[in-house]
Write a protein that binds this ligand. Structure first.
Ligand code: PMP
Length: 442
């Protein structure tokens, strides 16, 4: 059924049915599981989420960067449904099937670099990141992993160890995995000596950590998001990532790009690495890969991927056939729908709207991102001090008025926009008029 593509609020947010569900939830679910906006979903598609009270909300979150091709996109639904009717699961480790291979072939083709590649499939971003580390260690025989400040790589033991932020991801959950080291991120807006020095100084500190503190011959891999997602859509300073890649290649360190949030057309390219021209050794994808069905992948150099011994890699559900069929539907939607260009156009529209809003407020410190992955960092007027309260107030205002937004940032002071690429210009314009009104209330 086609959902009417219009914002419409017919109850308080959350409405009575959502409140009923919230009460059931309180009795049945643990407190550590939370939701950004407690409106319970009845349907979603295009750029709209309809809740159980009949409210239609504009979707600027895509289920945290997952439904890039839209919720229930036609090619995803038809291919996954057909697959479900055929067989739901056999376990690729027991008896394999073709859709898994087809997904691997596409990822090997569309990821950066024309070297020989292999792809292994997993269920979640965190699981794929863990396996990228396993491949890197197997290929190098080295233990250490280097990550960056503001990084997010998942919630499993290795995932949360690689993640930078204590609250809410790590607090009380240690001890963490050993041999993980953290370098400063080349974060231009917050770099102490200013954005012009950022790439050089951040690279020097990274190089010193590896060469002088850990020892390069102990480092298996560097794992980095080409644009940091949960960290606040931090775009590394120009030239930083390319220098890290060269440095790694020089020392036999595997360079792993975590494109879980940035990958699969989100930023106006298949992969965010394309914006800087870097070619990672391993690239991790998830989220947008299968339109909402759980699927993740590690794609990379054949010699590294082949270094793990037979039987050493896998999982009961990893590469589930319905999820693989959905991924093939995602690729089809992106290619036939011109969605990479659409991501760029969405980025232009959002940036225009935000610049316009920024002209009349003194709390927007920076607008940044690529394509349909744009954020604003909010600061105290006249400073670069984080303004978390403004973000919380704006998010509340947006939710109450039917616009679903997400927050981000180590200090909670970033508002991020990740609309599905199927959203209309009209809905986007309407959503930013709501945001503009929110700024007027600050
Ligand atoms: N890496 C990055 C860059 C992510 O943004 C996320 C999820 N926000 C993950 C890894 C973890 O993915 P998942 O939640 O599927 O485990």
């Amino acid at each position: 059924p086609e959902l009417q593509q219009v914002r419409r609020i017919v109850t308080e947010i959350p409405g009575p049915r959502s409140l009923d569900l919230a009460n059931r939830r309180k009795a049945a679910l643990p407190a550590g599981l939370t939701s950004t906006a407690e409106v319970y979903v009845a349907a979603a598609g295009g750029g709209i989420v309809v809740d159980v009270d009949g409210n239609s909300l504009i979707d600027l979150g895509s289920g945290i960067a997952v439904t890039t091709v839209g919720n229930s996109a036609p090619a995803v639904v038809s291919r996954a449904s057909a697959q479900l009717a055929q067989y739901t699961h056999t376990c690729f480790l027991a008896t394999p099937y073709e859709p898994y291979i087809a997904v691997a072939e596409v990822l090997n083709r569309i990821t950066p670099g024309d070297h020989e590649k292999r792809t292994a499939l997993f269920n979640t971003g965190a699981e794929a990141v863990e396996n990228a580390v396993k491949y890197a260690r197997a290929a190098t025989g080295r233990p250490a992993v280097v990550v960056f400040e503001h990084a997010f790589h998942g919630r499993t033991l290795m995932g949360m160890t690689l993640t930078a932020k204590n609250q809410p991801y790590k607090h009380g959950f240690g001890p963490f995995a050993p041999e993980v080291y953290r370098a400063p991120m080349a974060y231009p807006y917050q770099w102490p000596s200013g954005p012009d020095n950022c790439a050089d100084e951040a690279f020097r500190q990274f190089a010193q950590l590896v060469d002088a503190q850990i020892g390069a011959d102990a480092v298996a891999c560097v794992v980095v998001e080409p644009i940091q997602g949960e960290g606040g859509f931090i775009v590394p300073a120009d030239g930083f990532l390319a220098r890290v890649v060269d440095f790694c290649r020089d020392r036999g360190i595997v360079f792993v790009a975590d494109e879980v949030q940035t990958g699969i057309a989100r930023t106006g390219a298949w992969f965010a690495c394309e914006h800087t021209g870097i070619v990672p050794d391993l690239i991790v994808t998830a989220k947008g890969l299968a339109g909402g069905l759980p699927l993740a992948a590690v794609t990379g150099r054949a010699d590294i991927m082949d270094a793990a011994h037979p039987g050493g890699i896998g999982g009961t559900y990893a590469g589930n056939p319905a999820a693989c069929a959905a991924a093939l539907g995602v690729f089809e939607e992106i290619e036939t729908g011109g969605l990479i260009d659409r991501a760029r156009a969405i980025g232009d529209l959002i940036t225009r709207e935000l610049r316009d809003i920024a002209a009349s407020t003194d709390v927007i410190g920076e607008i940044r991102g690529h394509g349909a992955m744009i954020a604003i960092e909010l600061v105290m007027p006249g400073t670069r001090e984080p303004n978390r309260d403004a973000v919380a107030a704006l998010a509340r205002h947006c939710h109450q008025n039917g616009v679903l937004v997400l927050t981000a940032g180590t200090f909670g002071n970033v508002l991020r926009f990740l609309p599905p690429l199927t959203i209309s210009d009209e809905l986007l314009t309407d959503a930013f008029s709501v945001l503009r009104a929110g700024f007027a209330t600050l």
